[in-house]
Design a protein around this ligand. Structure first.
Ligand code: SF4
Length: 188
């Protein structure tokens, strides 16, 4: 199974109610062999229209952070907890996230990243534990049973609402950059 095959399989998915309001399923984008994967919350309006994650204002800000950290967006992989836009950009509920997560697990199985960055509280709560707090855990490395290094940080949309968080995210991305460089040196 590769990502193209999985993408074909997901077409027409109606496993949750978010299917009704979507224009496109936002599957994810980037390199199938990425060592670094970013996981956000869900598509917004621009993402829904284009079918690509992180292309709106938050995506532009993410691009700037990646550029500053010398991380090439083409070489990494970007996906979300849910692949269809929640109405009015609300946070996806537990039922929607639970319905969509098996797709993400399958993407992770195919890509097998060495580092996963959780962008925001929704990714953290759904992938680590429901009571996890982004304010407490951001910037701290965790490790999965299979040895994936995991770093939560704020979602770029949170930085648009509160620019004072930019400094903290940059601190986090410096750690991510250093770890990513180390891994890329190992594999090259
Ligand atoms: S959000 Fe996920 S589970 Fe729900 S319909 Fe879209 S692809 Fe299917």
């Amino acid at each position: 199974m590769n990502l193209e095959q999985l993408k074909r399989e997901i077409q027409g998915c109606k496993k949750c109610d978010l299917a009704h309001g979507r224009t496109n399923i936002v599957f994810g984008c980037g390199n199938e062999k990425a060592k670094l994967m970013l996981i956000g919350e869900g598509p917004g309006r621009d993402e829904d229209l284009q079918g690509i994650p992180f292309v709106g204002a938050a995506g532009q800000l993410l691009n700037k952070v990646l550029e500053a950290a010398e991380i090439n967006r083409e070489k990494i992989y970007i996906a979300n907890i849910v692949k269809c836009r929640p109405p009015g950009n609300r946070v996806p509920n537990r039922k929607e996230a639970a319905a969509c997560l098996p797709w993400l697990w399958r993407q992770l199985e195919i890509i097998r990243p060495r580092i996963v960055v959780l962008l925001g509280s929704t990714a953290l709560k759904n992938l680590i534990r429901p009571d996890a707090l982004i304010t407490k855990l951001r910037g701290k490395w965790m490790e999965s049973k299979s040895g994936i290094k995991i770093m939560p940080t704020y979602h770029p949309a949170a930085l648009l609402r509160d620019p004072s968080k930019k400094k903290l995210v940059w601190e986090d991305f410096k750690k991510i950059r250093d770890e990513y460089k180390k891994i890329m040196n190992e594999v090259s």
